[in-house]
Design a protein around this ligand. Structure first.
Ligand code: GDP
Length: 255
């Protein structure tokens, strides 16, 4: 998220969650490799306290490895801040704006009890804004590679793709970088509400096809809308599966 640090370093007040579509039925979730229990675990996980830890501009500033990390990457304006806010149910955690920008930094957020987080969310700087120079691309690549290298606590990078635009050349470049770094990543479409219903399936097919060209990419593509809440529960569930909620205190309700 280039040039867009969090609004304030302290833990934000919980706010009304983004509107959330009702969870898909169990059968369709299993078809996607998810189980209904993970939906519940995802809801639980993302209802935990979430706070900004630090913004990092170079390797020296990286926090020590601990809880599992999930990083978010995407072109500037893809809707990354909006998605992080929708996942955590807060409207002010990560800043949203239309002005892509200046300082490149990685923003770290903890999810869970302060001091003993269940998960760390890492907001990587956005890429691909209009006046990007070769030097800026090189600086982005260096910073991100510095982070990825040897970061064993990193479970997955969520690569965001604007549903209106599909996979662009610089998205492929980012995915190639992640392939090279042997980092597991998953493509998530944003702003799905901007497509006509008839456009959704072809776009998903096209993106799945693009994803198949990359060795380290997770085959499942999740379509989301931070505005309408679509796909948010599924993405929370997917992430909860990586955080192992049972190991961090989540207890499934008796059916
Ligand atoms: P970032 O630069 O990737 O952090 O993108 P932002 O979260 O700041 O979003 C960029 C613009 O897209 C803002 O005007 C958001 O309001 C808008 N936006 C983000 N997510 C959605 C979405 O799911 N649906 C719609 N319609 N607009 C969105």
């Amino acid at each position: 998220m280039t040039g867009k640090g969090p609004n304030k370093p302290e833990s934000p007040e919980p706010e009304k969650s983004a509107p959330e579509k009702s969870a898909p039925d169990k059968a369709s979730l299993e078809g996607k490799g998810l189980i209904a229990g993970n939906i519940e675990a995802g809801r639980w996980l993302f209802a935990q306290p979430c706070e900004f830890l630090r913004g990092v501009v170079d390797l020296d500033g990286l926090p020590p490895m601990g809880a599992p990390e999930i990083a978010f990457a995407g072109r500037s304006n893809v809707g990354k801040s909006s998605l992080v806010n929708a996942l955590t149910g807060r409207s002010t955690l990560a800043r949203t704006s239309n002005t892509p920008g200046r300082t490149q930094q990685l923003n770290f957020f903890s999810l869970g009890q302060p001091g003993n987080p269940a998960l760390i969310l890492v907001d990587l700087p956005g890429y691909g804004y209009a006046r990007e120079t070769k030097a800026t691309v090189a600086a982005w690549t260096r910073l991100v590679m510095d982070y990825l290298r040897g970061r064993t606590s990193l479970r997955r990078v969520i690569v965001l793709i604007d549903a209106r635009h599909g996979v662009k050349e610089n998205d492929h470049e980012t995915m190639k970088l992640l392939d090279t770094a042997a980092v597991s990543y998953q493509v998530v479409l944003t702003k799905i509400d901007k497509l006509k219903p008839s456009e959704v399936r072809p776009r998903l097919e096209e993106v799945r096809e693009a994803v198949r060209r990359h060795v380290a990419a997770h085959p499942i593509v999740i379509a989301t809308s931070s505005v309408k809440g679509e796909g948010i529960a599924e993405l929370r569930a997917e992430i909860a599966g990586l955080a192992d909620p049972q190991a961090i205190g989540y207890k499934a309700r008796e059916q």
